[in-house]
Structures are given as structure tokens and as C-alpha cells.
Design a protein around this ligand. Structure first.
Ligand code: GLN
Length: 478
């Protein structure tokens, strides 16, 4: 019998088209599983049942009437709660937006809906996507479905957990410094951070606009490619979106491992990397070498400065982006306020959590007159040097492979009091956002505690097809 909650996107669309199941039946299966397990895991902030069943009924009717349906007909998808779905709640994991309802659809939502996808719920996240463990959410932490004592990673921890727990075959997250790839790695699923400009950010609540990208979580390379194809492409509503069209699903089979040049940045395999993670990644690289790939070591001289540059640039942009949450137009407003200034200060003091306040303060400081050159400008210069490291590397290699994270998942509460230790979880992912290039985390095994290990595949701008071609090859080979 067809087990709905374990199925991939392609299996679900096939089964619905062949009338083995209805879209409503598929939805029942996933909601049953959510009802059973999400009290404990807490992957969802909101369940969008009315919207979901309304769409499922429409699709089933179309199929009964023999009408044409979209490529994702009946496929449930979980959406990170910083992406707008018209008339649904969007909290960004924050008290300040706890009761906010979206006045419009994000472009990615429009595109998925046009292909008849079903939005199953809004997933939990670190507040305003700031964090690496999904513990800064106002709605409580999400737990890792693989082992409930561990964090799922963040900030898109709810989306990663939703896919890993079989609450949906696919999900969307956002990645500013690692927020798709790191939780994907820690939960044992696929997660793609597209090239900056490949996917429209219209309707994604901005954290750091020059780094943010929306991307998919999935259970296979093919599903990842399938969702990427649908959500990507030019959008007039996002001036940073590229005038390109992607159709990488059809190109996956063309991938050729013979002579593929793979770069290994030595710095990403050095100090601070867990031995089991290192050995698992290196073993996979060895297999690729045996299949005909050429391996080259890379230096990446500026890699060590990525975290420092990011923690100036991202908070600077955040301090500006989050200034709109002041009690006037959006969401929460503090009570008993005497004047306008108090409205701002009390609303923000009560509405934001500690990590968000920390970022706003760092960013405001870095941008303030007298400090701008010393911090913001210097960090921008470092960003350019880091991007040039990648440009140079890609003159010699086709893809770069690294571990996604320096370690497997850590325990809940283990790093909540140590922001710097938390920031280090993104040591291998952050430079990719600074360079604006695409990268995927794919699951490649487990450590001795049975926690998932992720491997990161990085490619030049707009070469998502190369990344997913390799990932799909590895899936078949392994
Ligand atoms: N963990 C990083 C941070 O806290 C990255 C977050 C993200 O990619 N949204 O900023």
C-alpha cells in the first residue's frame, strides 16, 4: 500500500494522477502524522488546514472532471513562518508579530500555488531567522525528530524537522548565513541555498537583504531540483532577481562524474571539525574520486574572516530592516504608553527577544557615524575578498565540497547562553552567502550517536544544476 507520509513529491504526484489516492487523502495522511507527533517536535507555529483542504478539494474536483492540474498537484508543502501567505498568520517566530496576518502572497507562494501545491502549515524558526538552533522562537523550541533531546538546527529548524518527521515531503526555508543548509544537515534531509538572485525575495520578511535567499528542503536531489525549478526565475517585484529561467530537473541525468574537478578547501577540514564528520565526508570524496573525479586542495586565504564579516554585515542590515517594527504599523504594540517615543521603545523592548536585540545593537553601533568605516566598510571589503577567493577557486575546480557543519546536532539548551559558540555552527556555510553563490547540504550518513551528517556542495553563480546533478549522481551511486 502507498504510504503517504513517507512518499516523495514525485511519488505523490504520480499516485494522485493515477487516482491511487486523492489530494484530500494525501493531506489526511500528513495531518494524522502531525497530530500524532508535532506536540512533541513543535515544527509548526500554525497549521493552515482550511486553506489546505480547500485547495485539495479543488484539485480532486479538477482530476475528477479530467481538467489539467499543476506539476505539484496535491503535494503538501510546509512554509517557514517568515514567508507571506495571504490571510494566514506570519509571526517570524516573534512576539512582535504574534498576531500578524499576511496582506499578500510572496512570489514563491504564488508560483507554488499556480502548480497546485498545498500549503500545510507555517513552520517554527529562530526569531527573525537569527539563530542556529530554533531555540530563540517565541513559540518554544523545535526538537530534532531524529532524537528529541537534540536541536534541529536553525533558523529554519521547523522546516527541516517537518520534512525529517514526514509532516510534509518538502518545505521552504530561508538562508542568510546557513539557515537552510545547517538544519538540513542536522536533521538528515536535503537543503538548497540558491544563488543570490535566483529566487525572488518578494514576500520574505527581510533579515539581511543582501544575503537572504529562499530555498527548498526535500528528501531527494530530484525533489529539491523540482521545487527549485518552480520557485526560481525572474520576478519584477524583486529588483535583485536575475533574468534567468531554470529547468534543472531535466538536466540531472546529463551529469558526468568523469573529470569533474572537486575542490577541497583545507581550512574547512582543519581544527574544530568533529572527527566522525570529517571522516564521513572524506570517505564520500574518496568514492567520487574512484568514479573518476579529480580532487584538488584549495587555500581560500580569507575563509577565517567570514564569521567576523558576517556578524557586522548581517546585524547592520537587520538593524535597518527591523526598524519598521515599532508598534505603529505591524503587529504588537505595548500597553500604557504615554508618548510616541515610549511607543517605540516599550514596544520594541517587550516585543523582541534577546538575540534580536543583540543584533540590532551590534548593527546600529557598526553603522553609526565614526564607526562606519572601522566596521561596516571594512566588513564589506572583507566580503569582496571572500567572494574573490571563490572566483579564483572556480577557475581551477567545478565544485567545492566541505562538511556542512563542524559537528552533528547539539543538545537543547547546550549553547543558548553562549552566542559565540552558537555562531560557530555556521562556520562552513556563511562565506557562501557572502559570495552570493549556491550550495546544497545533502545527508551522507550518521555519527556514532546516530545523528545525521551533512555534506555541502558549492558551485559558481547560477550553477545549481551542477550541484544537484552531482547530488543525484551520489544518491544513485551510494
Ligand atoms: N545562524 C546564522 C545567524 O544567526 C544564520 C541565520 C540565517 O541564515 N538566517 O545569523
Amino acid at each position: 500500500m502507498f504510504k503517504v507520509s513517507k512518499a516523495t513529491v514525485l511519488e505523490i504526484t504520480q499516485a494522485i494522477k493515477n487516482r491511487e489516492v486523492t489530494a484530500e487523502g494525501v493531506l489526511d495522511g500528513f495531518y494524522e502524522n502531525i497530530a500524532l507527533k508535532d506536540k512533541e517536535i513543535n515544527a509548526f507555529i500554525a497549521i493552515t488546514k482550511d486553506l489546505a483542504y480547500q485547495k485539495a478539494k479543488e484539485i480532486d474536483l479538477k482530476i475528477t472532471n479530467g481538467e489539467k492540474v499543476g506539476k505539484l498537484a496535491g503535494v503538501p508543502i510546509a512554509i517557514k513562518d517568515n514567508i507571506n501567505i495571504l490571510d494566514e498568520r506570519m509571526t517570524c517566530g516573534s512576539k512582535i508579530l504574534a498576531d500578524f496576518k499576511s496582506p499578500y502572497n510572496a512570489t514563491v507562494i504564488e508560483r507554488l500555488a499556480a502548480e497546485d501545491a498545498i500549503f500545510i502549515g507555517k513552520t517554527n524558526m529562530d526569531e527573525f531567522a537569527m539563530g542556529s538552533s530554533c531555540e530563540t522562537s517565541y513559540f518554544g523550541p523545535t526538537k530534532n525528530p531524529v532524537n528529541l533531546e537534540y536541536i534541529p538546527g536553525g533558523s529554519s529548524g521547523g522546516s527541516a524537522a517537518a520534512v525529517a518527521a514526514d509532516f510534509a515531503p518538502v518545505a521552504l526555508g530561508s538562508d542568510t548565513g546557513g539557515s537552510i543548509r545547517q538544519p538540513a544537515a542536522l536533521c538528515g534531509v536535503y537543503g538548497l541555498k540558491p544563488t543570490y538572485g535566483a529566487v525572488s525575495r518578494y514576500g520574505l520578511t527581510a533579515f539581511a537583504s543582501s544575503l537572504d535567499q529562499i530555498g527548498p528542503f526535500a528528501k531527494s536531489a530530484a525533489d529539491t531540483a523540482f521545487i527549485f525549478d518552480i520557485i526560481s526565475g525572474h520576478d519584477i517585484k524583486d529588483s535583485t532577481s536575475a533574468e534567468l529561467d531554470f529547468n534543472i530537473s531535466s538536466e540531472l541525468e546529463n551529469f558526468n562524474i568523469k573529470g569533474l574537478k572537486i575542490g577541497l578547501p583545507t581550512k574547512f577540514f582543519g581544527e574544530g571539525l568533529n572527527r566522525e564528520v570529517k571522516n564521513t565526508v572524506l570517505a564520500k570524496i574518496e568514492e567520487l574520486k574512484n568514479k573518476g573525479a579529480e580532487i584538488k586542495e584549495l587555500e581560500m586565504p580569507h575563509a577565517d574572516y567570514a564569521i567576523a564579516a558576517y556578524y557586522i554585515l548581517a546585524p547592520s542590515e537587520a538593524s535597518s530592516n527591523l526598524s519598521r517594527f515599532d508598534g505603529v504599523k505591524y503587529g504588537f504594540r505595548a500597553e500604557n504608553i504615554k508618548n510616541l517615543m515610549e511607543e517605540y521603545t516599550k514596544t520594541r523592548a517587550e516585543g523582541f527577544g534577546d538575540e534580536v536585540k543583540r543584533r540590532i545593537m551590534i548593527g546600529t553601533y557598526a553603522l553609526s557615524s565614526g564607526y562606519y568605516d572601522a566596521y561596516y566598510l571594512k566588513a564589506q571589503k572583507m566580503r569582496t575578498l571572500i567572494k574573490e577567493d571563490y572566483d579564483k577557486a572556480f577557475e581551477a575546480v567545478d565544485v567545492i565540497i566541505t562538511p556542512t557543519t563542524p559537528d552533528t546536532a547539539f543538545k537543547l539548551g547546550e549553547k543558548t547562553g553562549a552566542p559565540l559558540a552558537m555562531y560557530l555552527s555556521d562556520i562552513y556555510t556563511i562565506s557562501i552567502n557572502l559570495a552570493g553563490i549556491p550550495a546544497l547540504s545533502m545527508p551522507i550518513g550518521n555519527d556514532s550517536k546516530n545523528l545525521p551528517i551533512g555534506m555541502q556542495i558549492i558551485a559558481p553563480h547560477f550553477q545549481e544544476s551542477r550541484i544537484l546533478g552531482l547530488a543525484s549522481f551520489m544518491e544513485r551511486m551510494l
